[in-house]
Design a protein around this ligand. Structure first.
Ligand code: MG
Length: 294
């Protein structure tokens, strides 16, 4: 079932369960206001009928939706994890998953803004299926990976291609403030029959950029098991599983995001994650655009 974090006119974050056309506020029932805390406390949604009875239905039109995890312990990302994304770069898939990270400062709400830093001329998007970890996992095997996956959400791995290519360190290019819009819901794993049979798409101003399937993804279970060999995964951690072909940088000619662009990332069975790009305002004391490290 879809879990989400939302607020009403008072601005307080609440944990919700999406049920048909309504949202149920289950913050009081569970005593938590976000998905990561829900998971860290080992809570489970066992009976949706009881939750419906215990909470008033709320009209989705009355809520502001927030990222399901606004302070995740880890956001681990996988590079070059789609066959079609490797083909568009004329490279072979790597022999093992390429890992990098985004920090919690990158998390952004659905329907929010993505700020284009003045340090970049090459802002790009990457629609990704994100795994939400439900149980602690250390040195697990592939066959155990499904047991530790609580659910799935959408993450837009916003990237500055010029900085990524300049220093070959992906962290700087991908973890600016707000570079990980996430949501709108976490769909529990039991409702995702096959995470490798999901259509995922991205569009800019209504024009499709990416339209692929997670069948092109190399493997979710392998990635989870691989990470757990050396990094203990905790409830609420997020693994963004890479992006398919069609990002702006590899279009012909290349295309990049600018202020005013409307971004949408969609994955079947999860929903749509919308953002709007705004250009960062220069400051009098701004050194962000300076070349090099001097
Ligand atoms: Mg990515």
């Amino acid at each position: 079932m879809p879990l989400l974090v939302f607020s009403l006119s008072d601005g307080l974050r609440r944990l919700g369960v999406q049920s048909q056309e309504t949202i149920h506020d289950v913050s009081q029932v569970f005593g938590v206001s976000d998905v990561a805390t829900f998971l860290r406390r080992g809570l489970e949604v066992l009976d949706i009928e009881n939750l419906r009875l215990a909470s008033e239905p709320i009209d989705p039109a009355d809520v502001v939706i927030h990222a399901p995890m606004h302070q995740p312990g880890k956001i681990i990302c996988v590079g070059l994890n789609y066959h079609d994304h490797c083909r568009e770069q004329s490279i072979d898939p790597p022999p093992y998953p390429i890992l990098f990270s985004k920090f919690a400062n990158a998390v952004a709400d659905p329907n929010g803004t993505v700020t284009r830093p003045i340090a970049t001329e090459m802002l790009d998007l990457e629609c990704e299926l994100a795994v939400v970890i439900g149980r602690r996992a250390s040195r697990i095997g592939r066959e155990q990976a499904r047991d530790v996956i609580f659910g799935y959400t959408i993450l837009n791995d916003i990237t500055m291609r010029d900085l990524q290519l300049e220093d070959r360190q992906w962290l700087r290019a991908k973890s600016s403030d707000g570079f990980a819009p996430m949501g709108p819901v976490v769909v529990t794993a039991d409702e995702v029959e096959d995470p490798h049979a999901l259509r995922l798409r991205s569009s800019v101003n209504g024009e499709t950029w990416q339209d692929s399937t997670t069948a092109e993804m190399i493997d979710v279970a392998t990635v989870v098991a691989f990470v757990s060999r050396t990094i203990t995964l905790e409830p609420g951690d997020v693994i963004a599983t890479g992006t398919p072909a069609g990002v702006g940088h590899y279009q012909d000619p290349p295309r990049y995001l600018v202020g005013g662009d409307r971004l949408r990332c969609e994955i079947d069975g999860i929903g749509a994650l919308d953002s709007v790009v705004v250009d960062e305002e220069p400051r009098a004391d701004d050194h962000a655009a300076a070349a090099g490290v001097a």
